[in-house]
Ligand binder design. Structure first.
Ligand code: PNS
Length: 167
């Protein structure tokens, strides 16, 4: 039996969402009825932005994309998939170095819930080296990261580091 609506769940930490992430969202849109960006809420993991801040920023970025939504989840991704009635997890694959971790997660998720399938998308080449960690580091040290983040996220990132410097 197939689901009526094809929902892509694009899961990740998104601390913060960068242009490579957005590129993946846009690649999903012609293929799925809905793209649900699912931000992992993990209070044990130190993050620059709270889950609420990340959701707010992603919501702003996706405001002109009516088929895209954002929410958070905690616990197992495969359980969240059942909760929202979705069966496709989307993950971005930038380079061979991403493969091993993704391979392990995919097979574990499959074992936990065989109904869930993971699909991989390659971002635009210009973004293939991008990561949230790198963008944060460069921005914190005063480097130019414009074009590598949606404009609203760039603004928030600069604000955050300016506030941090003031203490
Ligand atoms: O952007 P990230 O940090 O690479 O995303 C990883 C994420 C959130 C997709 C993964 O850690 C996850 O699904 N966590 C939820 C807990 C879970 O289901 N763990 C088992 C994975 S096999």
């Amino acid at each position: 039996m197939t689901d009526a609506r094809r929902i892509a769940v694009y899961a990740g930490s998104f601390d913060p969402l960068h242009s490579g992430h957005l590129d993946i969202v846009d690649r999903c849109r012609p293929i799925f009825d809905e793209v649900l960006v699912a931000v992992l809420h993990n209070p044990e993991k130190k993050a620059l932005f709270t889950t609420e801040e990340r959701i707010e920023m992603i919501g702003e970025t996706l405001a002109d994309r009516p088929d895209c939504q954002v929410t958070s989840f905690s616990g197992l991704l495969v359980d969240f998939m059942d909760q929202v009635g979705a069966r496709t997890v989307v993950r971005g694959l930038r380079a061979v170095s991403d493969f091993e971790y993704e391979f392990q997660m995919t097979l574990m998720n499959r074992r936990l819930n065989p109904r869930v399938e993971t699909v991989f998308m390659m971002p635009r080449e210009d973004y293939s080296y991008l990561s949230s960690r790198l963008v944060k580091e460069v921005c914190k040290l005063g480097g130019d990261v414009s074009g590598l983040l949606p404009a609203n996220v760039l603004e928030r990132l600069k604000e955050r580091f300016a506030t941090d410097e003031k203490g």
